[in-house]
Design a protein around this ligand. Structure first.
Ligand SMILES: [Fe+2]
Length: 339
């Protein structure tokens, strides 16, 4: 054993003196990475993009943080028909519109008797009808919808949405991930699906009336598709949940590695989500930031932060968190925790 240690010691010393470890003439970037220098005679064109990092400075790169931010409902109350990106790409250093590293979300505002085309390089698309009535035509056929309906489309070409009355739709896709990967969808991963608003609320009501429902962490209905039963999720990447928060109640803190983009369906404006980095000994969030709920608005809950929902009023509240949790579940990295 002693002999082995000595051998290792000699080896380390000889490495230190080895001509193989003589520093080169290449430059270092701001993270200490050695960037290949094409001016050097020994560097070929195939090395032009290589960088060599010292482990300790690059093992945990500091990426721009995902902000805790609200996209106000006024964005979809403008006068003209338009696609309104909920875009955080400058903050995220994304090369395409992105609301999180995986998700690109938008409001679709369609004036009465008008149409709007969408065309996204996404493998999953969710549409929630905030208000209005109309139809959506795609290569899969024509789907009619009205306020409170949720529907999905897999990858497809141009889609035309037509309204018969003043309409706003929350459109959520995984285009940010597709853009990051630099790929194009080659096949639908699931079949389009409609979740009518009245069915959503009848399922929610049934769940709320089950014995012991009030003792669960939350009262909610998760949306699924026959193609994605492995992850029990809306699509293979997107996850959606309709949450019922009765007046005078709160949901205890939890956290997860997915990013949540919550659409406030209907709530008193005194209801809020408390977000913070840590819990105290009683399992309550320390120095939390309050995000007040405003019906028709969307707020972002960054990954890994503790958050709890509160409704101190005498009026019920409903909220629709949409997350990349299906993708995280498939990756086995969701890491859902409860206080
Ligand atoms: Fe959450």
């Amino acid at each position: 054993m002693i002999q082995n240690i000595d051998q290792k010691s000699k080896q380390a010393t000889s490495f230190h003196k080895s001509p193989l470890l003589e520093p080169g003439s290449s430059t270092r970037d701001e993270r200490g990475g050695v960037i290949s220098d094409l001016q050097s005679n020994s560097t070929t064109q195939w090395e032009a993009n290589s960088i060599y990092y010292e482990f300790s400075v690059a093992v945990a790169p500091k990426l721009p943080k995902i902000p805790c931010i609200t996209f106000d409902r006024e964005l979809h109350q403008q006068e003209t028909t338009a696609i309104i990106p909920l875009d955080l790409s400058p903050q995220l250093q994304s090369t395409a519109p992105a609301t999180s590293p995986v998700i690109s979300a938008y409001f679709l505002r369609i004036c009465p008797q008008e149409s709007l085309k969408t065309n996204s390089l996404a493998t999953a698309q969710l549409f929630y009808v905030i208000r209005g009535r109309g139809k959506t035509e795609s290569e899969y056929g024509t789907m009619e919808w009205s306020k409170g309906d949720l529907f999905t489309l897999p990858s497809c070409g141009e889609v035309i949405h037509s309204s018969s009355e003043d309409t706003a739709i929350y459109w959520v896709t995984d285009a940010a991930l597709v853009n990051y990967l630099g790929v194009r969808p080659t096949k639908p991963r699931f079949q389009p699906c409609l979740y009518p608003g009245d069915r959503i609320f009848s399922e929610l009501k049934q769940i709320a009336q089950e014995p012991g429902a009030s003792k669960r962490n939350r009262i909610g209905v998760l949306f699924g598709n026959k193609a994605t039963q492995l992850t029990c999720s809306l699509t293979h990447t997107l996850w959606a949940l309709m949450v019922y928060l009765p007046g005078g109640t709160e949901q205890k803190p939890h956290r997860h590695n997915s990013v949540a983009l919550d659409l406030v369906i209907d709530a008193p404006e005194s209801a809020y989500t408390l977000v913070g980095k840590s819990l105290d000994a009683e399992g309550k969030i320390v120095n939390g930031e309050r995000i007040y709920w405003k019906s028709g608005s969307v707020f972002v809950t960054p990954p890994g932060l503790w958050h709890s929902h509160h409704n101190d009023s005498d009026r019920d509240a409903f909220i629709l968190p949409i997350q990349d949790a299906a993708f995280q579940s498939y990756m086995r990295t969701l890491d859902q925790r409860w206080s």
